[in-house]
Design a protein around this ligand. Structure first.
Ligand SMILES: [Fe+2]
Ligand SMILES: [Fe+2]
Length: 757
């Protein structure tokens, strides 16, 4: 029964880094990645933020990370960008430094940054507004590198769970209104800075984001796409970014993660790390410190530029902003002999020249009421009222007054170039990056064992993504067979019904009582020991990827949706909120150990050769991993699957397992945890139903009643796809198959063997 002892995984999971592996991509992804990298920094940032499914974006992420890490990989290397930030730099750290040593250096850097940030906070309101907006994209995405750090490849790692606990804190412990992201938004609003959500189309323009800001943001987003592979660097970035606390200093907020808590995690990591991991940790530390110094220096540059703006420059900026939308509205108006409509539709408009002519024109001359035609036009009741916001209107008014007072300064427009020199260097580094560990390879048709290995380690095998999407789609479609015949399921009822919240709750209750609870009778006879262990091994493959179906649903740009934060709460619960004693992956390893089943970790290549878990059961776990990788595309299906799988953890089947495990003195902690945590009155099953209701209500409010049935159909086929893997007897009847012939994903023994998750 036992695998070779050298390969067996033992708790606790003390990894400090995944084994180094290449990153495989298809040739097509390489072309797409080149095209994405060829775009402007804004577009790169938005693509990294919005696209969490494509192969190309993972290659972009690898290249961005390479460009940023490379100059910081050696302690005495001179970074290409980011060094002359005008604030003291932390001295180079030795690789043997303790957490306290590192904290000391970071505190020094923080003290220097605090001086600059303090002076930024005391500038006049307009400048302060511009600075806060400029910083917002980074402040609002800070921490995103923890979004999918917890994943099948990294659980139940000690350090990953320490970080997950901090992630959970920053996520407001499942309440988005208490999340760091939300509190920062609110604090900004308190000082008059209103910004849309991070994922909104106008977010970057409303923030006035400079290229340097979006490039730094692109690095953090890239790290959030490949967190498992860059764990050592990530630990360094996490500590430094939050311990420096640039955003807290700027917004006058108390840190959500106090420095001692951050230092504890850093110290825990140092205990696990060998020399190679320590070096990589320090690379992350140096990089994050350099980036934050560089960004604060850029904010100072921006503030100086902003404060030095003449009235004319401010007026020019407003004209330049509005001109493209204004052209056709001024047919009858001429400035400097030229129709205004022509001036504004001219892409090469010389704004300085325009202002020179405008200040001599009739609309600016003092009228009898002491104003001017132009100022009256932009006031309430005027034909241009509402075109300019309050601040813009105030700038125009002040400028017109200076013109009327006879002031005729030379109009020199100073362009905003804050951070552009550094941005150009980072952009060039990204364009030139060609990491040596990127391999271009097409995937043939991997067997189930290899496919599982690739999906678990998807960061390294992104070229498997198209295959995964296709497989998930095929199985969702196949599962619809249960829409008509699913009522006869032993543990599920996937027969289709028209959606209403009442109908959904009614179905869930009925399945719970009629199929899961009422049939329960304690076993009169306990099968023999081998039989009990065998049955448990048939469940284990699913348990080893427990909760994986929702491990990517609530990332940055999505977390604000109420149903996503509720899904995140379920996931966090499954991971024990970072407490290893309650973490379900820990529990299944403990249970297997008690039965003397010793397996390599599923992230290891050696798992492909494991001899304990039956081959026929891979299909179930593969489907779960496939759908998990497409949290946008298969969102609805994941919601339905979530309900089905959480309910499947209830009732008779689980009670029987507990009885059998106890009989032989095996560890029943995994089964016990699920019996209670998934309960239908308030546990995961109930939450899963509530989440579907919440989502379909959002659909109804956004798109009307007519949009609900088609969205619902997709949710329900997600439910059916779980049933498809567990209702073996029913499927055989439906297909009229030869009972002797095994179906995909099903065990081949004579007795009715089903999966438990
Ligand atoms: Fe679980
Ligand atoms: Fe659960």
């Amino acid at each position: 029964m036992a695998a070779a002892p050298t390969l067996a995984f033992e708790l606790p999971d003390t990894i400090a880094a995944l084994p180094p592996r290449a990153f495989e991509f298809s040739g097509k992804a390489r072309e797409e990645a080149d095209a994405i990298i060829g775009q402007q920094p804004d577009a790169l940032f938005l693509r990294l933020l919005r696209d969490q499914e494509s192969e190309a974006v993972l290659l972009v992420a690898r290249r961005v990370i390479d460009a940023f890490l490379r100059p910081h990989t050696r302690p005495h290397a001179r970074p290409q960008a980011g060094q002359d930030a005008g604030v003291p730099a932390a001295a180079d750290l030795l690789d043997g430094a303790s957490a306290d040593d590192i904290a000391g250096h970071v505190a020094e850097t923080r003290a220097g940054l605090a001086v600059t940030i303090g002076s930024l906070s005391r500038t006049e309101p307009d400048t302060r507004d511009a600075v806060i907006r400029q910083r917002a994209p980074l402040g609002l995405l800070g921490g995103c590198w923890l979004d999918v750090l917890s994943q099948p490849a990294t659980q139940p790692s000690v350090i990953v769970n320490r970080l997950f606990a901090q992630h959970f804190t920053q996520r407001g412990e499942g309440n988005p209104r208490r999340s760091l992201h939300y509190l920062r938004h609110r604090q900004m609003e308190g000082v008059g800075v209103y910004l849309p959500e991070t994922g909104a189309a106008d977010f970057l323009s409303r923030a006035g984001a400079r290229p340097l800001t979006t490039l730094h943001g692109s690095f953090y987003l890239a790290l959030s796409r490949l967190p498992a592979n860059f764990l050592p660097e990530l630990v360094g970035v996490h500590y430094v970014f939050h311990a420096l606390g640039v955003d807290d200093l700027l917004l006058g907020m108390a840190p959500m993660l106090p420095e001692p808590a951050l230092r504890d995690v850093l110290a825990a990591y140092l205990e696990l790390a060998g020399p190679a991991e320590r070096r990589r940790l320090h690379t992350g530390i140096r990089l994050a410190a350099a980036l934050e110094r560089e960004h604060v220096a850029m904010l100072a540059e921006l503030a100086t530029w902003h404060q030095g703006l003449s009235l004319e420059s401010k007026a020019a900026a407003i004209v330049a902003r509005h001109a493209p939308f204004a052209g056709r509205h001024h047919r009858g108006v001429r400035i400097g002999g030229r129709p205004l409509s022509a001036a504004f539709s001219d892409p090469g408009l010389d704004v300085a020249e325009f202002l020179r002519e405008f200040r001599e024109s009739g609309p600016l001359r003092r009228t009898r009421d002491g104003h001017s035609r132009f100022v009256n036009a932009i006031k309430f009741g005027g034909p241009m009222f509402g075109i300019f916001d309050e601040r813009e209107a105030a700038v125009f008014q002040a400028w017109v007054e200076s013109v009327q007072a006879g002031e005729r300064p030379e109009i020199v427009i100073s362009a905003n170039t804050a951070g552009d020199a550094q941005a150009a260097q980072w952009a060039a580094a990204i364009a030139a990056s060609a990491p040596a560990d990127v391999v271009i390879a097409d995937v043939a048709a991997p067997g189930d064992r290899e496919l599982l290995y690739r999906l678990v380690n998807i960061e390294n095998y992104a070229n498997t993504l198209p295959l995964a999407a296709e497989r998930a789609a095929r199985l969702f479609a196949e599962a619809e067979i249960l829409f008509t015949r699913g009522a006869g399921g032993r543990y599920t009822d996937a027969s289709y019904f028209d959606y209403s919240p009442e109908a959904l709750y009614e179905r869930a209750e009925r399945v719970y009582w009629e199929k899961l609870v009422d049939p329960y009778q304690p076993l009169a006879e306990i099968p023999d020991r081998d039989e009990v262990v065998f049955l448990q091994t048939t469940y284990a493959l699913g348990a080893l990827v427990d909760a994986a179906w929702i491990h990517r649903v609530a990332n940055l740009g999505r977390f604000e949706r109420p149903c996503d934060s509720a899904l995140f709460s379920i996931y966090a619960d499954e991971m024990g909120y970072g407490d290893l004693r309650k973490n379900h992956i820990t529990l299944i390893h403990q249970a297997l150990r008690s039965m003397d089943v010793r397996l390599p970790h599923i992230r290891e290549a050696a798992f492909m050769d494991q001899a304990d878990l039956p081959d026929e059961l891979y299909g179930f776990s593969l489907q779960q991993l496939c759908m998990a990788l497409f949290p946008d595309t298969y969102y609805n299906e994941i919601l339905g699957y979530n309900l089905a799988i959480e309910m499947f953890g209830l009732g008779e089947l689980r009670l029987h397992e507990i009885q059998k495990l106890r009989h032989y003195g095996f560890d029943d902690c995994y089964e016990q945890a699920h019996l209670t945590i998934d309960n239908i009155s308030a546990g995961h099953s109930r939450q899963a139903a509530d989440i579907i209701v919440c989502y379909l209500d959002e659909v109804r409010r956004a798109r009307g009643d007519a949009a609900v049935p088609q969205e619902w159909r997709r949710v329900w086929r997600g439910y059916a796809s779980l049933a498809y893997f567990v209702e073996h007897a029913l499927l055989r009847t439906i297909r009229g198959d030869d009972p002797a012939r095994p179906l995909r994903g099903q065990v081949t023994r004579d007795e009715p063997v089903d999966l438990v998750i």
